[in-house]
Design a protein around this ligand. Structure first.
Ligand code: FEO
Length: 183
């Protein structure tokens, strides 16, 4: 008896989005590592934590596919592309990547609506809301770098920006903060 409640089309699209969230995590990991190498520890910390959030998004898709009786297909994750050339470039790339992710989320909403798969449509609303947060965060980064001088930001301004981002509240913990009691 077939208990898969997802159409082949939506199963494929949800799997693709699961992989895209993993791809987003790779992007944040790469940019965080780049920032750390450049000495921007506050920015690095912020981006590392965000990479963890993207992995949570990936798991949400995986768990949803399984819950609906679908088949999860774990594939290779596309690489993050080139490292940023500057902090300004880094934040612009983050923004571009989040807008692209929103486009993909909206396409999934469209597809679930076209099929009248209201369970998937409802599940996707969490991501619609989450992308508002993600885009706000990316726009906030762009505002900060603009105030710091944009592509021409001087070291002193970047130092202050780095310190500011280091103080941001955390949505996800770093691996090094995990303990045996709280893994
Ligand atoms: Fe999972 Fe940044 O969107």
């Amino acid at each position: 008896m077939d208990t898969n409640r997802l159409s082949a089309t939506l199963e494929k699209a949800l799997n693709a989005q699961m992989t895209n969230e993993a791809h987003n995590a790779q992007i944040y990991l790469a940019y965080a590592s780049w920032a750390s190498e450049k000495g921007y520890d506050g920015i690095a910390n912020f981006l590392f934590r965000h990479a963890n959030e993207e992995r949570t998004h990936m798991m949400k898709f995986l768990e949803y596919i399984l819950k609906r009786g679908g088949k999860v297909t774990v594939t290779a994750i596309p690489g993050p592309g080139d490292n940023p050339k500057s902090v300004n470039d880094c934040f612009e790339k983050v923004y571009t990547s989040e807008v692209e992710n929103t486009r993909r989320i909206y396409a999934l909403v469209d597809a679930s609506m076209a099929e009248k798969d209201w369970a998937t449509y409802n599940f996707m609303q969490w991501f619609v809301n989450e992308q508002i947060e993600e885009e706000t965060l990316a726009m906030d980064l762009l505002s900060k770098i603009k105030v710091a001088g944009g592509a021409d930001a001087k070291d002193t301004a970047l130092y202050a920006l780095d310190a500011d981002l280091g103080k941001k509240p955390d949505d996800a913990q770093l691996a090094q903060d995990a303990t045996v009691e709280n893994p």
